[in-house]
Design a protein. Structure first.
Length: 487
């Protein structure tokens, strides 16, 4: 009994498989009518390219179970004479350097054309209405175009890329139009949008907040088939206040992300009386690089006469609520293991956050976002080793506008009535909105403690005491003699 059930199940499976095969054959045959003496028609496929001369376009044509493949060049045709009332599908293969612009067919009344541009094909129905006659379908392809963008630093603000002007790298652009995209310029200031179909495009630069455009933020262009358009975008940095530490620090030039302050239209602050602006930092071995225009803008910080007794003293003048950062390069430290151990006093062209001297920890960041709530001159002190002296130091001070505590860090912070403020985050380098940077070189003699020790020894000298006593006796004798003569 079990064997009969098994055979019966196997027979059902075979029967179903046969029906599926027959159904597939029937489906393919449904689009095919055999050639007949009573039916006459032709199908011609034509290739057109823009610009002329395109080659190597592959096609397939299918009706029923019949499939054929062929290749056409520009202006070539392929003709079939099926003499059959069938449904035909003509498909073009993808070609890397061209895109299919359109498909157009013409033929006798009753012929039905279903265009599927996305899948690069047309379905020709001559079966529904039993159409006889000549059918022609033209596939038009266009070579892709490209748009090349160049970005440059327009030093003279004339909108032209001159020989002495440098490319700007890593600058982002957006493309809109028939095709969209985005990208960044390379080290040559170059960006290419490729494989573009023809049409109207807009290229837009993403402006950085330290620059202004000299050629416009957006440029429109008409891209023709196989077109190659080139666009130039110029930018110039705003004039800002830069530092002038020696080049060995690597903290001054824009290319080093040097310290710089962008002036504000309102709510701005600065150090001292003057603040000048430059197009770039001016490194100088004596930190006076930006004073070459005869304007001494570094007048906001004055050092104390001596920095003895473990304390540095400066007088800082500001014109409004502000925040002060300060660094003084006064110690040379070890660079090999163990690192950051004190070696001697004097600059080593770096500002060390922490170093060890005689078991104590010190930092060359001597002022860390000190809030100055009022305009005027402020005395500021900071810790130093007690034996500091006999050294030259470089210093950098950065002042930024204080921000109202319940406001936001905006380009134009406005003081509020409650007088509560907070400080922005500002480091040795980088951009700050508003404020000023001032760099200095100072030279110190022996410490005050050593001077006092020297004076104390002289005061206890027996020889000095003896000569002093003799001088007093001589003076008294002279006075006695003068009085005697007058009598």
């Amino acid at each position: 009994m079990k064997e009969r059930v098994g055979y019966l199940f196997l027979a059902v499976i075979i029967a179903l498989s046969g029906m599926m095969i027959l159904a597939g054959v029937a489906s393919a045959s449904s689009n095919l009518e055999p050639a007949s003496p009573d039916c006459w028609n032709t199908i011609t496929i034509k290739k057109v390219t823009e610009p002329a001369g395109g080659t190597g376009f592959d096609f397939t044509i299918r009706w029923g179970s019949y499939i054929d493949s062929f290749t056409l060049n520009d202006q070539q045709t392929k003709k079939y004479t099926p003499n059959s009332h069938s449904v035909f599908t003509v498909t073009e293969a993808v070609k890397a350097d061209h895109y299919l612009k359109n498909i157009s067919c013409n033929g006798p009344t009753g012929a039905l054309f279903n265009y599927d541009l996305q899948n690069r094909r047309v379905i020709i129905d001559l079966k529904t209405n039993k159409v006889d006659g000549n059918i022609t379908c033209t596939f038009t392809n266009t070579r892709y175009g490209k748009i090349t963008v160049y970005k440059f630093e327009d030093l003279d603000n004339d909108g032209q890329w001159d020989n002495e002007e440098s490319p700007l790298s890593d600058w982002e652009f957006d493309l809109s139009g028939p095709k969209t995209g985005s990208g960044k310029t390379d080290s040559n200031g170059k960006l290419i949008f490729e494989n573009l179909i023809s049409g109207e495009y807009t290229v837009t630069e993403n402006l950085e907040d330290e620059y202004t455009s000299t050629t416009g933020l957006m440029q429109n262009v008409t891209l023709n088939p196989n077109g190659a358009e080139t666009l130039y975008f110029g930018n110039r940095r705003f004039a800002m206040d830069y530092g002038d530490l020696p080049g060995a620090y690597g903290l001054t030039l824009f290319s080093e992300s040097g310290a710089r302050h962008l002036p504000l239209e309102q709510g701005d602050v600065w150090l001292g009386t003057n603040r000048d602006v430059e197009y770039d930092g001016k490194p100088h071995n004596d930190a006076v690089g930006d004073d070459n225009d005869a304007t001494n803008d570094e007048d906001g910080v004055v050092r104390g006469a001596t920095w003895g007794g473990g304390m540095g003293v400066i007088m800082v003048t500001v014109n409004g609520p502000s925040c002060l950062m300060g660094w003084v390069d006064y110690a040379t430290v070890t660079e090999t293991l163990p690192t950051n151990l004190f070696k001697e006093f004097g600059f080593d062209y770096k500002f060390t956050d922490n170093f060890d001297k005689d078991g104590n920890s010190f930092s060359e960041k001597v002022i860390d976002n000190l809030l100055l709530t009022s305009a005027g001159t402020h005395e500021i002190t900071f810790p130093l080793p007690t034996d500091f002296g006999g050294a030259s130091v470089f210093a950098r001070f950065r002042l930024s506008p204080a921000i109202p505590a319940d406001g936001s860090e905006a380009l134009n912070p406005v003081a509020e009535n409650n007088g509560a403020y907070r400080c922005p985050s500002v480091g040795l380098t980088g951009l700050a909105h508003g404020g000023e940077v001032e760099d200095y070189v100072w030279t110190f003699g022996p410490t005050a403690i050593k001077i006092k020790q020297i004076n104390a020894v002289q005061q206890h000298s027996a020889l000095s005491f003896g000569w002093g006593l003799i001088g007093i006796l001589i003076n008294l004798s002279a006075l006695w003699f003068i009085k005697r003569r007058r009598k």
